[in-house]
Design a protein around this ligand. Sequence first.
Ligand code: AHR
Length: 522
Amino acid sequence: MTNRIRAFACIATVLWLPGPFAGAADESARLTIDTSKPGATINRHIFGQFAEHLGRGVYEGIWVGPDSAIPNTRGIRNDVVAALKAIKVPNVRWPGGCFADEYHWRNGIGPRDRRPATLNPNWGGVIEPNTFGTHEFMDFVQQIGAEAYVSINVGSGSAAEAADWLEYLTTPQPSALGKQRAANGHPEPYAVALLGIGNEAWGCGGSMTPDHYVSQLKVYARYARNYNTARKMQRIAVGPDGADTGYTRAVMEAWKTRTWAWDIEGISLHFYTVVKWPPAFKATGFGEDDYATLLNETRRMESLLRTHEAIMDQFDPERKIALVVDEWGAWLAATPGSPEGFLEQQNSQRDALIAALNINTFARHAARVRGANIAQMVNVLQAMILTDKAKMLLTPTYHVFRMYVPFQDATTLPVTVTSDEYRHGDIHMPRIDAIAARDAQGRTWLAVSNLDPDRATRISVDVAGTRLKRAHGETLAAARVDSVNTFEAPASVAPKPIQAQASGGALRLALPPASLTVVSVE
Ligand code: AHR
């Protein structure tokens, strides 16, 4: 595979030029967008991020402190903020993850030099300095233009502690906690858009049976109140671990028979592209076996969503409760030499396609999947951004999120794709994966991946009932599927502009092997 991809790289610049594709591409793929049957809105919150106190995700990745030589605003690094603003991050989930169920919020408020040093037993057993706490997080989300998704501690905290945190965050009243927040620098109440009621209660969040969690959920959902009426808060219950339906059924059954005293607006699903534990797939230097296996594993997201949606439909046919995939992404073998428990990994063109496949899957389930958070935002797992002291780079996955910005809150349009399969050994899957949507300005957008790492494709695009004139946008391709960006070569994998004019009554797009193309068509 490697040689063939290398050979393709030599002609790639030709393929990105406008005009008919002149290379040895397969011409069999056809794609039709039906604008007459608009579907559900792609909730912008499916493009959410996750920032856990884990490794260099928060400390160094976001927070460098006001006295750092790295340019920052109130301790938060400016380069990371600028990059995240550009992908219009809708929400950031914080402080975990497993960390959330051992986090005590009072350790993270007040003068920073008086905050206690605590431990982070989940992630390397390192010291947690608590310098990045409630106010720093809310400042960060405000700086990047996102909303807050706060996870409360159900595993080792108490309902009283969680209730106090919510009052501290959201009350406009001069209660003792409201006054304490003002004294700590923020007289106005904060807005909390999403509230996670625990994290992985079936695992690191307390190893609770579904019934035990449900009894906890009722208590926390009752007392963790939002007092800021300017922003309705969505409460997200712990839901399934991958294919296990125990939590899905228990939480939905409880919700169906809820009383006036408690409610929720969503349940979470966690599913990583990992195949087996401990994570062993390499982040770099891998071959086509790994490429095909991990893409195939990612495609399981489709059947998982169907499984859990079917159960949710039984109890909630009106789809009031959202399914929020608040942890997803490729979990690979850690970077050799990186600290134990820091979950550091490189990020390749393959991972960009894993992101695109997941996003397309969420969009196809937009009626029920109204939130998702990739794990994680900076320096951890399938990150958008990697940092090395003052240096920062954007990963291929970052570029995917930027290319998909037009799909935020756009309306899905049905797409029919006719193409053959990508096959490798026993693995086979459609070669082309695509979604289309109409944005608020009425423009039609298409996101199309060619998953075949060996063959370029020339695809013809039709919009039923319209004569298409042109398309323009960007293509993310790479010399190899394991191409990555490094601090020495930070732009090895970066999108390139693409334009196509219709000719002979047809609009054709040239799709390089293992690539993502996002275009508006008119
Ligand atoms: O994202 C890393 C960890 O994965 C999270 O802390 C946990 O919720 C999950 O198991």
